[in-house]
Design a protein around this ligand. Structure first.
Ligand code: SF4
Ligand code: SF4
Length: 613
């Protein structure tokens, strides 16, 4: 009788679970396929670190992360226990009296205590502490799930107290099993669906941060216009969100008071998919204003503990808007510059030629040069940044590095790519690749982190694979190799006065390329005592220039300017010297400094090194 009743309940609850899962699987399977399993080693490694060891969950919020990890590990540990009890309840086989099960059951006790501790901490945090990232409303569903988990652990622990065959033991068993069944039915319609899908989402996350595959114009791809254009990975992402708000609190646009909230983007996507509004325009759904507030800094994707990728949705939607002629006016002007003059400022290349000549630079020749220095738009035309390039060339000459430059450069296409003008990006990229190939370049060095990303990652998608390094990485390795005259630690070789400085990690260097030690090694080697700003290393706060926002009319933006927020964070370190390593960070932060009328001194990393070499 009890077995029949359990079967009926099992079929009802598992049926409810399966129907909801089937709906989501249908939506994922029906979306254009964007799943990829390249680079298996990296994916397996990330799975181990982020899923098994819960590293990303713990990193930013250690206490909440550890509490979550305890619950997760407890769930995994209880897997075979739950299965065994189901087999028994369904009358299939009773293994609960076998020797191994009794040992295993006892071994689960510390896990149960850990899960209880973890879930209690999470419950208090969610219901009473309520950090801003979790939203203003207390989620009833989260409270119910927490109580379910606490009940499961308590009923398990009670099995050690209750004698087998007693009424109390039977009631305890039924409570335990009914809670599991109710939990299953609740999971797919809640954020706890991540229990089922997040291991897959983490595994399927692109190895490349901010991965934006090329559009194939021959297949008439134009980007994302409506909900039905969203790729399968984005649809899976939408059903994986655990609503933790890590993306939100790390987003510089949200932090500066703008409307963009990456968590909202994911939840809006989920809502639209479940509502079946397949023809809804993404520009309207997310609001085109919001879509243009993203700097492409990558903080959202990088912080998300469950492998969600926001940029394919944000930039994919920008692509859809651009293909319909709906880009903001300031971008129209920048596109015009790129189209007519192949650089973002629309300046004549005679200016670049004058700089090349005055800096004594030679045209690259593989027979006589070791490395090609890519100037970039800033290096070609921005007088301030040209000073830092002169410093770089002075260092290279002092260390006998033979370098040359291309006779002609176009913009790499980074601003076009990140703002969704894929056609223009491909035009620029193909022209540059042709010239680089014709010049026989094997290694490129540049002071622009955006150029590193674009040439190093985006050009590879055209089959052009070249080694490219940011100047901080190249020079640090060069000086380390040439350190015979310096002491083993380096800094002791510098005999000048020590100085307190702060270093602003550019997003495309620290977060995208993971190069956080090299700039610091150079600074300390040459007498700097570094004070770290809030948000540093591989999770810096953006300067506000990326994603084409260098060109935005800042006066019209709501909230503070991102660059103002960052400048205040740098000022708060107390250091009067800020070292940067990206031309766009330098432009933005100097603008913020001028507005604040502060006397902070900005120095490019290469100039800092050259002046002390
Ligand atoms: S990439 Fe940066 S600016 Fe854009 S949504 Fe993510 S965190 Fe916000
Ligand atoms: S997208 Fe990721 S980081 Fe953002 S709320 Fe969802 S799970 Fe958290």
């Amino acid at each position: 009788m009890a077995v029949v009743a359990f079967w009926l309940l099992f079929v009802a609850f598992v049926g409810a679970f399966a129907a909801q899962v089937a709906r989501r699987v249908q939506l994922i399977a029906g979306a254009p396929n964007t799943f990829s399993t390249d680079n298996l080693r990296l994916r397996a490694n990330r799975f181990l670190v982020d899923v098994v060891f819960q590293a990303r969950t713990i990193r930013e919020r250690p206490m909440a992360g550890i509490a979550h990890a305890l619950v997760f590990w407890g769930f995994v540990a209880f897997g075979a226990y739950t299965l065994t009890e189901f087999l028994r309840g369904l009358g299939i086989v009773d293994l609960t009296h076998s020797g191994w099960f009794n040992v295993y059951r006892v071994m689960l006790a510390p896990f149960a205590v850990a899960v209880l501790g973890g879930i209690l901490y999470l419950l208090i945090r969610r219901a009473l502490v309520r950090p801003v990232a979790l939203g203003t409303k207390v989620s009833l569903e989260s409270i119910v799930i927490a109580l379910f988990i606490a009940t499961l652990m308590t009923t398990y622990l009670l099995t050690f107290q209750l004698a087998e065959g007693t009424m109390a033991e039977r009631v305890n068993w039924w409570v335990h099993m009914l809670v599991i069944l109710a939990f299953m039915a609740l999971i797919p319609a809640s954020k706890h669906f991540h229990l089922v899908v997040s291991p897959m989402t983490v595994f399927l996350k692109s190895p490349e941060l901010g991965n934006l595959p090329n559009l194939d114009f021959e297949k008439e791809q134009v980007g994302l216009e409506t909900v039905k254009d969203l790729g399968s990975k984005s649809v899976l992402d939408a059903f994986t969100c655990v609503e933790c708000g890590r993306c939100q609190v790390n987003c510089p646009a949200w932090g500066a008071g703008k409307e963009l909230n990456p968590k909202t983007i994911i939840l809006q996507t989920q809502e639209a998919l479940l509502a079946g509004t397949r023809d809804r325009k993404l520009g309207e759904m997310y609001s085109d204003k919001v879509l243009w507030q993203c700097t492409t800094c990558g903080a959202c994707e990088n912080q998300c503990p469950v492998g969600i990728e926001h940029l394919p949705i944000l930039i994919g939607s920008r692509r859809g808007l651009v293909s319909n002629g709906d880009a903001p006016d300031y971008l129209g002007a920048m596109y015009n510059n790129l189209e007519r003059r192949s650089n973002i400022w629309g300046l004549g290349y005679d200016q670049r030629a004058k700089f090349v000549q005055s800096a004594g630079l030679e045209t690259f020749d593989p027979a006589t040069h070791d490395v090609l220095v890519w100037l970039g738009c800033a290096g070609s035309f921005d007088a301030d940044f040209q000073k830092s390039l002169r410093s770089l060339f002075a260092i290279l000459r002092a260390k006998d590095v033979r370098c040359g430059v291309l006779a002609k450069e176009r913009c790499t296409g980074d601003p076009a790519k990140r703002t969704g003008n894929e056609y223009m990006f491909q035009e620029l990229a193909n022209g540059n690749i042709e010239d680089l190939k014709a010049s026989g370049v094997k290694k490129i060095l540049t002071s622009c982190p955006h150029c590193v990303k674009t040439i190093g990652n985006d050009y590879r998608k055209f089959g052009y694979d070249v080694e490219i390094e940011h100047s901080s990485v190249f020079v640090e390795a060069l000086l380390r190799k040439n350190s015979a005259a310096l002491s083993a630690t380096g800094s002791a070789a510098f005999s000048g006065p020590r100085e307190t400085v702060t270093f602003h990690d550019p997003c495309y260097l620290g977060r995208y390329a993971g190069k956080v030690d090299e700039p610091r090694n150079l600074l300390t080697r040459f007498g700097a005592d570094i004070v770290e700003p809030e948000r540093n290393r591989d999770n810096p706060y953006c300067c506000g220039a990326g994603g084409g926002l260098l060109f935005a009319d800042k006066e019209e933006e709501p909230g503070s300017r991102i660059s103002d927020v960052r400048f205040k964070q740098l000022q708060a370190t107390g250091a009067t010297t800020v070292v940067t390593a990206c031309p766009f960070c330098s432009i933005m932060l100097k603008g913020a400094q001028a507005s604040a009328q502060a006397d902070t001194q900005f120095v490019d990393l290469m100039t800092y090194v050259k002046d002390r070499l």
